[in-house]
Ligand binder design. Structure first.
Ligand code: MRU
Length: 345
């Protein structure tokens, strides 16, 4: 496969390198993806994270293995293993299903299997770059000069192959000279906002202030938030969507305070087989993430060591709370989402 470079993913000299997002912003360390179990562990541990990026990393790795000579039976098995790595972000399933389809088409005569699968993986990467740019331009058109934008989690170049989804809108509006500023939710419990979005905004020179998630409501009440942009991990055909836990509460508060609330995602995040938010599987994560912190933060447990914990990684925001869906095809209303989903994958 040819070399491919993104902020947190590189295919270079025949190897897949991933930036360990758990260690940001303190340290920029890269892993080379070897065995499938390593890749699954990196995805489950959130070294590789963000809905599009999970799928793109998995696709590139499968492309790499195909090029090394794996046969259709081996590829099918590996695709199955990666498909189960995380349950909520549908980009992973969409991309792997796309590769599986190609594997099936080439299973009788496997002479072109390696090239077909690796070409498809490269196409997935390059397509995401374009989807991000399109979304960002559509979303930036909604941003008024001097807007104070609020966002949640990390949806930028770290989470995609391109400029990002919601954060791509924000950086694009900044580059267009709109004099924006950003309220960044720190995003408990794993602090994707505090660690990653602030890192990206700082690099892009965008003025921002980091806030505790629970400060968003009083900021809206004080008239300090003009517009909210968030990303998505899966959009149902009725427009309901799953995103990082805390998004639903933001949407309720935005509605209460009449603040426009937009979800930004590529068509690869729309699940044509999911008719409503109640059918979206929500990942439950380790209790230790809520009882304290670990890993690159050091080890600290502030709750009783066996405190019972409920730790859903995502929540579902109903379509009724959404002002508009910013997809690569434009700013959509609820009915358009379904029309886009039908054309998906
Ligand atoms: O658990 P994470 O960090 O993978 O969750 C990521 C999010 O919820 C993002 O908002 C979403 O994937 C959109 S990324 C462009």
């Amino acid at each position: 496969m040819k070399d491919l470079i993104a902020t947190s993913l590189r295919y270079e000299n025949g190897q897949l390198h991933v930036l360990d997002q758990r260690r940001l912003p303190a340290e920029e360390s890269w892993h080379v993806c070897g065995h499938v179990d390593d890749l699954v562990e990196l995805i489950q541990g959130l070294a590789i994270r963000g809905a599009p990026l999970i799928g793109i990393a998995a696709a590139l790795w499968i492309g790499h293995i195909a090029e090394q000579g794996a046969d259709s039976r081996q590829l099918t098995q590996l695709i199955g293993t990666l498909r189960a790595a995380r349950p909520t972000a549908v980009n992973l399933m969409n991309y792997l299903d796309r590769l599986q389809h190609r594997v099936n088409q080439n299973s009788i005569d496997e002479s072109r299997l390696g090239t077909t699968i690796s070409d498809e993986a490269v196409a997935i990467f390059e397509e995401d770059v374009k989807l991000c740019s399109a979304m960002s331009e559509h979303g930036a058109a909604l941003v008024r000069p001097n807007a104070r934008i609020l966002t949640h989690c990390n949806t930028g170049s770290l989470a995609t192959a391109g400029v990002g989804t919601a954060l791509g809108v924000i950086t694009t509006a900044h580059h267009e000279g709109k004099n924006i500023s950003v309220w960044v939710d720190e995003t408990r419990p794993l602090l994707q906002g505090g660690r990653l979005t602030s890192w990206e905004l700082e690099k892009a020179g965008v003025p921002y202030q980091l806030i505790c998630d629970s400060a968003a409501g009083s900021l809206m009440a004080a008239g300090e938030v003009d517009i909210v942009f968030v990303g998505a991990d899966r959009i149902a055909t009725n427009g309901d969507f799953a995103n990082k836990v805390g998004t639903y509460a933001l949407a309720v508060m935005a509605k209460h305070h009449a603040v426009p609330f937009y979800v930004v995602a590529p068509v690869t995040t729309v699940d044509p087989h999911c008719s409503s938010g109640e059918n979206i599987p929500i990942e439950q994560r380790d209790a230790r993430e809520v009882r304290g912190v670990g890993g690159s933060f050091g080890e600290c447990c502030w709750a009783p060591v066996n405190a019972p914990v409920y730790n859903p990684a995502f929540d579902v925001t109903p379509a009724a709370l959404v002002t508009g869906w910013v997809l690569d095809t434009g700013v959509l209303d609820q009915n358009d989402v379904k029309a886009n989903a039908l054309g998906c994958v």
